[in-house]
Design a protein around this ligand. Structure first.
Ligand SMILES: [Ca+2]
Ligand SMILES: [Ca+2]
Length: 111
């Protein structure tokens, strides 16, 4: 949570830390329950009131926009795009943000 809140000045190290935090079994990807936990934390930052359906919907959007290799998991590169685009969205106008597209643009300079 704390890492995500400080997302405006993300470094590769921060991204690595967030990744390790959520990749609990250490298989280099965030999937299933790990992904669910990650989405839940993100959801709490943007929305006070949410339910399981909101998380499912959020997951669909996130995987559609940021799961570049379409394996249904989030690897570190993909996570960095999620975080960068999320940081951008949350530092700009709140609420009325465009979904998607920013993800791929965020890939540049992520390394
Ligand atoms: Ca994992
Ligand atoms: Ca993936």
């Amino acid at each position: 949570m704390l890492y995500l809140q400080g997302a405006k000045q993300l470094t590769a190290q921060d991204i690595g830390r967030v990744f390790n935090l959520y990749d609990r079994d250490g298989n280099k990807s965030i999937e299933d329950e790990e992904l669910h936990g990650f989405l839940k934390d993100l959801m709490e930052l943007v929305q006070e009131d949410y339910d399981a359906d909101d998380i499912e919907e959020f997951k669909d959007i996130l995987l559609r926009e940021c799961d570049i290799n379409h394996d249904g998991r989030i690897d570190k590169d993909e996570l960095s795009m999620v975080l960068v685009s999320f940081a951008r969205a949350s530092s700009g106008s709140e609420g009325d943000k465009a979904e998607g597209e920013d993800c791929e643009a965020g890939a540049e300079g992520a390394d």
